[in-house]
Design a protein around this ligand. Structure first.
Ligand SMILES: *Cc1c(COP(=O)(O)O)cnc(C)c1O
Length: 368
């Protein structure tokens, strides 16, 4: 049997009865938009992540866009961010009307490099948008210090990092806002799209709530141009069931990662680095190797799925050519794009399967 990057059927089998009951409950009430499950989920996730407020929206991409607008980003502004992430991070900046300005990454953690942020900040910088990539926090202390010095807000894209902790602080405790995604394959994934903005700032929370509902201030009164972006009540009901499993699932990911670290040491690939102080929740277990295609082929022969996140950095994508960057501008992001390979680490794989993947990787050593 093959070992895939995600196994949502196996995940569903663990909780199918509870999900069915939750869905039935929503149909009994028929309050499909912003009902009681959305409100409860906002509180539960805010608490889990150490934030005061949660504002649920229709996707992780919308969460970033709305958070940026809520902290004051608009046309003419620059937002300093990473070129090595899912496209949504950059796309949100452009949708908010601003211009992404890239800072290169740290080659060990793949997260944005604070010294590069320093160089990228200009008088037009209106926010910093780092990503907690693959499930571990960026260097938040250094980033928050730069932000304080320059007086700009920080929105963290935490789409891959629900449950991550850095130096004893949960992700919702750090930054002006943090955004989450409930895309089905994320550590907490719905049965459709969804996202959330977390913040400790009452004004940002209020702005986000207004923005997700067409910019409404009071009933049929609109103080600003907004979005139509709510989390469905059905998704919220389902996510609450899954939320009760999140700690166990994240622990299983960490355990799988520990097994890989042990099995792969001294092997042909470079294991991921967990930055000291970080509690990594391994949304992805991402190794690096200059012989990626050979390693991938060996895995494929052994019936093991793998994936490349991300095969090209954003500054060389056609859609963002207008930003004026070129190949060579961000060498670490470019090298990472050539060398990274993610292997199955999800909670539904068994110890035996982890061993099989590690053996297939060790076998690749003979070839490379
Ligand atoms: C998944 C993801 C998003 C976007 O989330 P959607 O819910 O798919 O809109 C944004 N940023 C990162 C880093 C992601 O991994």
């Amino acid at each position: 049997m093959s070992i895939q990057m995600a196994d949502l059927r196996a995940q569903h089998r663990e909780i199918d009865e509870e999900i069915q009951a939750a869905v039935d409950g929503v149909f009994e009430r028929c309050q499909f938009i912003l009902g009681e499950n959305v409100v409860a989920l906002e509180h539960e996730i805010a608490r889990l992540c150490g934030a005061k407020y949660g504002v649920a929206v229709a996707s992780g991409t919308d969460a970033i866009t709305i958070a940026l607008v809520a902290v004051g980003v608009g046309p003419g502004d620059e937002v300093v961010t990473t070129p090595f992430t899912f496209v949504a991070t950059t796309e949100s900046v452009v949708i908010a009307g601003a211009r992404p300005v890239y800072a290169d990454i740290d080659p060990e953690t793949f997260n944005i490099d604070p010294t590069a942020i320093h160089r990228a900040v200009t008088p037009k910088t209106r926010a910093i948008l780092p990503v907690h990539l693959y499930g571990q926090c960026a260097n938040t202390e250094a980033i928050m210090a730069i932000a304080a010095e320059r007086g700009v807000p920080v929105v963290f894209d935490g789409a891959q990092a629900i449950g991550a902790v850095r130096n004893g602080r949960k992700i919702g405790e750090i930054g002006d806002a943090v955004t989450l995604s409930f895309f089905p394959t994320k550590n907490l994934g719905g049965c459709g799209d969804g996202g959330m903005i977390l913040t400790n700032d009452e004004a940002i929370a209020a702005a986000a709530k207004s923005l997700r509902f067409h910019g409404m201030s009071e009933s049929y009164t609109y103080g600003r141009v907004g979005f139509c972006s709510r989390l469905d009540e059905l998704q919220a009901a389902i996510l609450r069931v899954k939320l009760s499993k999140l700690d166990i699932w994240n622990e299983r990911r960490r355990r799988n990662a520990a097994l890989y670290n042990e099995a792969l040491s001294g092997g042909p690939v470079h294991s991921p680095v967990e930055d000291p102080g970080n509690h990594h929740i391994y949304h992805q277990y991402t190794v690096r190797t200059p012989n990626r295609e050979t390693v991938r082929a060996a895995l494929k022969d052994a019936g093991v799925g793998s994936a490349v996140y991300y095969p090209a950095p954003l500054h060389v994508q056609e859609a963002y050519a207008f930003l004026g960057y070129k190949e060579g501008d961000f060498p670490e992001a470019e090298r990472a794009s050539r060398e990274v390979l993610s292997i199955p680490v999800h909670p539904q794989i068994s110890d035996d399967q982890v061993k099989r993947v590690a053996e297939a990787l060790a076998g690749a050593k003979k070839i490379v």
